[in-house]
Design a binder for this molecule. Structure first.
Ligand code: PGA
Length: 257
């Protein structure tokens, strides 16, 4: 689904959604995309409990299905965890790893995140690896330093991944970096990724992305799409973001991963 000429919009539902409202949301977004022939790629990342139920509707609407985390081992005595082979069986093609909420509330280190990304890739899934500075790092002018450290520690060996830059302080806060700051960080990430891999890697921006700012953020070089949290939970908001992304079809800086 993610073709080189299309922006990629990923909806991260976090711990939200039960079957009835999930189906309503997918149907509303899917029908919109279908009737508008929106030329943009869409991935939905619902909670684990909805993956199997939503795999059919997602396939029907040509949305990718993603999970929000996976364990680094394929199976074993890890109560409460879910592995990459299990996600694959549930119909996933993507998995978010290293989201700042996992780093913060589950003490996930860069080493674990790299292992999770490797486990996903080994199973044929595309990991969406999240990195980003905290508010204090931002205020101390350490954004690029933090990004570089995280990339050095998190990147798997294979380029079959998507990178998401999500400033921690922008997530769910309504705040975003300036367009110039996003431009600088994405350019910096792109440079590192080009050094690391021969194949281009998509870079998404995430953190308070919404209809009001989607168009201008998506216009920034090396912003190949958006990772959307809160605004992906309302059909009207999410479709407005999809609409903004569709305007850039064919103008991508990067090839698809
Ligand atoms: P937000 O979340 O869009 O609600 O800021 C983004 C994310 O956490 O991926």
């Amino acid at each position: 689904m993610a073709t080189p000429s299309q922006k990629l919009i990923v909806g991260n539902w976090k711990m939200n959604g039960q079957l009835q409202n999930a189906n309503t949301l997918i149907t509303a977004v899917g029908d919109y995309v279908r009737s508008h022939k929106s030329p943009c790629s869409i991935v939905i990342c619902p909670p684990f409990t909805l993956l199997t139920s939503l795999s059919g509707p997602c396939r029907n609407y040509e949305f990718g299905l993603g999970a929000q985390d996976c364990h680094e081992k394929p199976c074993g005595a890890f109560t409460g965890d879910i592995s990459a082979p299990m996600l694959k069986e549930a119909g996933c093609r993507y998995v978010v790893v290293g989201h700042s909420e996992r780093r913060q509330y589950h003490q996930e280190s860069d080493t674990i995140i790299r292992a999770k990304a490797e486990a996903a890739i080994a199973e044929g899934l595309t990991p969406i690896i999240c990195i980003g500075e905290t508010e204090s790092e931002y205020n101390h002018g350490k954004t690029l330093e933090t990004i570089e450290q995280q990339l050095n520690a998190c990147l798997p060996l294979s380029p079959n991944l998507i990178l998401a830059y999500e400033p921690v302080w922008a997530i769910g806060s309504g705040k975003t970096p300036s367009l110039e700051e996003i431009r600088q960080v994405h350019q910096f990430i792109d440079k590192i990724l080009r050094k690391a891999f021969e194949k281009p890697v998509r870079i998404l921006y995430g953190g308070s992305a919404k209809p009001q700012n989607a168009k201008e953020i998506l216009a920034i070089p090396h912003v190949d799409g958006l990772l959307v949290g809160g605004a992906s939970l309302e059909a009207q908001c999410f479709t407005a973001i999809i609409e903004a992304a569709s305007a850039y079809s064919g103008l991508l800086n990067q090839a698809s991963s």
